[in-house]
Design a protein around this ligand. Structure first.
Ligand code: KIV
Length: 271
């Protein structure tokens, strides 16, 4: 699948599902779950590397983790989910040449077929146009943009009519610049619905209601693995708790067997 094929999904009314992955294990799980697209989001800085924000993610880390994710896919490559990777903070904010080098490094050394970046300031629009001219497809990201956390916090964006109009204009600019899709994070669902009908490229929501062309989630959030659950992305299972309980049982059993070495345990253990 190519990035532009997602526009065909929208035309034919097929919902687009996108899950994040940060290593081979999660990649194999989200592929088996049938996600259309896998995003190596810079949220990996928080989910997998333990940072408080996405800001510390580096290009080297994104490259390392994107390679790990692609190694987790199985079967013929034409059956793999579409792989997209995030441009981390400071890899595209310092000019177009640097952005082409960063995006090109990710595309050249991995199977990712597109990059995602945040915002729609005039400089970012310039970067997007240049990347697309250089043959690198781009997915936009508006609303709550975690790389701007120190400006906006993590609260819901576009709450008042002025900021809603600003976001509408920015989304249209992203489409005109050539983005093949836009992620809308943590905004009113009425605004996402409005943009879905205005734009011909897919609107991919997270905390933006059900009236979107696609939905994206951070896999660790859905699995209940993260310590701080975003209010707009509830967990499907208590993954952290389930893992702790399973491993705790194993630890206790080992200690018990060490204290009571009455019989030699051979594989497989029956109890
Ligand atoms: O980094 C990420 O995981 C993301 C999603 C939340 C859209 O950008």
């Amino acid at each position: 699948m190519r990035p532009a094929d997602l526009i065909e999904f929208k035309r034919s009314g097929k919902l687009i599902t996108i899950l994040t992955a940060w290593d081979s294990l999660t990649a194999s799980i989200v592929q088996a779950a049938g996600a259309d697209v896998v995003l190596v989001g810079d949220s990996l800085a928080m989910v997998a590397l333990g940072y408080a924000t996405t800001l510390p993610a580096t290009l080297e880390q994104m490259l390392h983790h994107t390679k790990a994710v692609e190694r987790g896919f199985s079967g013929p490559s034409k059956e793999h989910p579409l792989l997209i990777t995030d441009l981390p903070f400071l890899s595209y904010q310092c000019g177009e040449d640097k952005a082409v080098e960063a995006a090109g490094t990710l595309i050249k050394n991995t199977c990712a077929k597109a990059v995602k970046l945040e915002g729609a300031e005039p400089e970012v629009i310039g970067v997007i146009k240049r990347l697309i001219r250089m043959g690198i497809p781009v997915m936009g990201h508006l609303g709550l943009t975690p790389q701007s956390v120190h400006k906006t916090g993590y609260s819901r964006q576009a709450e008042d009519p002025i900021s809603q109009e600003k976001l509408r204009v920015q989304a249209i600019e992203l489409e005109e610049a050539g983005c093949f899709a836009i992620v809308l994070e943590h905004i009113p669902s009425s605004l996402a619905k409005d943009l879905r009908s205005k734009l011909s490229i897919p609107i991919i929501g997270i905390g933006a209601g059900n009236n979107c062309d696609g939905q994206i989630r951070v896999t660790a959030d859905l699995l209940g693995l993260t310590q701080k659950q975003p209010p707009f992305s509830p967990a499907l299972i208590s993954g952290h708790q389930l893992c702790v309980e399973a491993l705790e049982t194993w630890v206790k059993k080992q200690r018990h067997q060490a204290k009571n070495p009455t019989k030699e345990v051979t594989q497989p253990e029956s109890d």
